[in-house]
Ligand binder design. Structure first.
Ligand code: FNR
Length: 191
């Protein structure tokens, strides 16, 4: 089975970033019957506390680490909160980054995009996150930078965005993720 984990940096209902990752998840799931695209709910994770980070850590952290440890790729979409990633996303990445050098993120192919209701699409949140991901050992997937602006105005359903030009951008990102996922060389692309 191929497992590609999704993360949205926003907890709010109606988040454009949650819609973005849900859309990508749906596009990736079309690649085959054995593709799963679980969303890691960042709400479940406690604040990072090194005193709690013994053995596997608290149960939700252990679950998250197992999920990422068995993942073939990770897709993150983030808003910009004052020019950086929201604390909940940074918090999750900090938990997942330990133990340093041998964490669930080590070597994990990871794609990063952003989205916002504003015109710049939260592009300013990406550089810092890239540093965090690289420092954590994640392997950033080579893809065209994607910062989805004016995203609140885009048509969408429960399944995700529906605008053809937006779908084309997300499909391009899904293609890059699919090509870079672990085990990609063994698998045939089904579309
Ligand atoms: C924001 N927002 C925001 N937007 C932006 O373009 N640049 C910014 O620096 C900020 N800063 C910021 C800080 C805080 C604390 C909040 C709550 C919001 C607005 C943000 O883009 C908006 O809330 C988006 O809707 C967040 O994305 P989701 O929740 O739709 O995925």
């Amino acid at each position: 089975m191929t497992r590609i984990v999704l993360m949205s940096g926003s907890l709010r209902r109606g988040s454009v970033n949650s819609t973005a990752v849900a859309t990508i998840g749906r596009l990736l799931a079309r690649r085959g019957a054995q593709v799963r695209t679980p969303l890691l709910d960042l709400r479940t994770l406690p604040y990072y506390d090194q005193d709690l980070d013994a053995a596997d850590g608290p149960a939700p952290v252990a679950r998250a680490r197992r999920l990422l440890g068995s993942a073939d790729a990770l897709v993150i979409s983030t808003p910009s909160y004052n020019g950086g990633a929201p604390g909940v996303l940074k918090n999750a990445l900090d938990w997942l980054s330990r133990p340093w050098g041998d964490s669930a993120l080590t070597g994990l192919p990871t794609a990063l995009m952003s989205a916002s209701p504003g015109p710049r699409g939260a592009a300013d949140a990406q550089p810092g996150l890239r540093v965090n991901l690289e420092r954590s050992g994640a392997v950033l997937i080579d893809h065209r930078p994607l910062a989805l602006g004016d995203a609140e105005a885009l048509p969408r359903t429960d399944q995700g965005f529906t605008d053809p030009s937006v779908l084309a951008l997300l499909e391009e990102l899904a293609d890059a993720v699919w090509a870079a996922r672990r085990g990609a060389a063994d698998a045939e692309v089904i579309r």
